[in-house]
Write a protein that binds this ligand. Structure first.
Ligand code: SAM
Length: 396
């Protein structure tokens, strides 16, 4: 097997691992694992020890034989240690997108004489997980240990995991979730994160919350089994189970906010269901978060109208009607419409024609248009009182 860079054999746990000779990748005295052709970070030994230990404890006492995937393996050290140090491991799939890593993993698998239990892959981690699933192989345990965030691989992992399977995740972008870069926290995890004295726990909980939200999309729930923060990273293991009803409850009750007062240091905890109810008058509900700006561009819609006219599709009349309604309604930059039905029911009056309502409102100097969303609907910038008068006054 051709490894075309100098290696050194190290012992970690019960495994022997060939790693790129660290003496060749130093910055002063400090070894820089990222400079080496294949990544091996001795500072992550604690992460691997605790992961091995967690899995051994989790599987102890079961006679279940598990299939595990580590789709971002680098030298293979983590997965190889699982095979050697944890009972009940039937098979491990190791994978890395990097060719040199792929070869080094194969070398290390041989070095530890575990070829019968290990299959090695060389492709993108998500592709690898989804392809395996497509081929009928789903996993009891998936361990994601990437550079930075586990987010890019989470979706595929959720899909490739067996029911009640266990997902291990590493996040090294802890500064983001610790509130050092609030704008990045909003972009990446859609959370508000600011620096606090308890930022390290905040980070772990932000990542857990993110996984719970992603899982809920598929009616999956998470059961956190073990997690910790150390040095520059957060690591945790969650069991993933299927339950539509629980996934809904989990989002409402198990996710939420900490309200932290920078002046006094006071901390308050509010679940999503608390937040939903707070600051509302009787009868009000919160909707969202949702997109508040326009849903189409004027210029594109105009061009589409011309294009549909030119192409004369079988349904062109209907299509032109929709496009013209859209063209008009996007001039009104409000993220909602009204219906004549809602006013008629509220005021117990006959339902007027929406076109008539629009004409009246325009006549009174407000912007108003029909909407393609609903044939009984209209959009307007007119305040509610104006519409109350309009409907109650019977002038429609
Ligand atoms: C932090 S290292 C993994 C360390 C390893 N799990 C350990 O415990 O020592 C991340 C690895 O992911 C690999 N990688 C990066 N992007 C990838 C992708 N899209 N698919 C698969 N592997 C990827 C890199 O080549 C690198 O070897």
């Amino acid at each position: 097997m051709s490894i075309n860079f100098p290696v050194k054999i190290v012992k970690e746990g019960l495994a022997k691992i060939a790693i790129p000779d660290p003496s060749l990748y130093t910055n002063g005295k400090r070894v820089e694992p990222a400079w080496a052709p294949v990544f091996y970070n001795p500072r992550a030994e604690l992460s691997r020890d605790l992961s091995v230990c967690f899995l051994a404890v989790y599987l102890k006492g079961t006679d279940k034989e598990v299939i595990l995937a580590e789709p971002l393996s680098a030298t293979g050290v983590r997965g190889i240690r699982y095979v050697i140090e944890v009972n009940n491991i039937k098979k491990v799939f190791l994978n890395d997108i990097d060719k040199k890593a792929f070869k080094l993993i194969q070398y290390n698998v041989k070095l530890n004489k575990i070829e019968d239990k290990v299959e090695v892959g060389n492709e993108d981690a998500s592709l690898f997980l989804l392809r395996k699933k497509f081929e009928g192989e789903i996993f009891d345990v998936i361990d994601l240990d990437p550079y930075g965030s586990s987010v890019p691989f989470l979706d595929a992992a959720l899909k490739a995991l067996k029911r009640r399977g266990v997902l291990g995740l590493t996040f090294t972008d802890t500064a983001v979730a610790q509130g050092v870069y609030p704008h990045k926290a909003l972009k990446k995890y859609f959370v508000f994160a600011f620096r606090t004295p308890f930022s390290k726990e905040l980070a772990l909980r932000i990542f857990l919350g993110y996984v719970a939200r992603e899982a809920a999309k598929y009616d999956l729930i998470i059961r956190p089994l073990f997690g910790f923060h150390a040095e520059y990273y957060v690591r945790f293991f969650v069991q993933i189970d299927k339950s539509g009803r629980e996934a809904h409850r989990e989002l409402l009750e198990k996710l939420g906010y900490i309200i932290y007062d920078k002046k006094t240091g006071l901390r308050k905890v509010l679940s999503i269901s608390n937040i939903l109810a707070s600051g509302l008058e009787k009868g009000e509900v919160k909707l969202g978060p949702l997109w508040l700006e326009s849903f189409a561009e004027q210029e594109i819609v105009e061009k589409m109208i011309k294009e549909v006219e030119k192409r004369k599709f079988r349904l062109f009349k209907k299509e032109i009607k929709i496009l013209k309604l859209i063209r008009d309604e996007i001039k009104i930059s409000l993220p909602f419409y009204y219906t004549v039905t809602e006013f008629a029911q509220r005021f117990k009056v006959k339902e007027p024609s929406p076109l008539r309502v629009v004409q009246k409102l325009v006549g009174e100097g407000f912007s108003a248009s029909l909407t393609h969303f609903d044939s009984k609907g209209f959009k307007t910038t007119a305040p509610m009182e104006v519409m109350y008068n309009l409907f109650l006054g019977g002038s429609t």
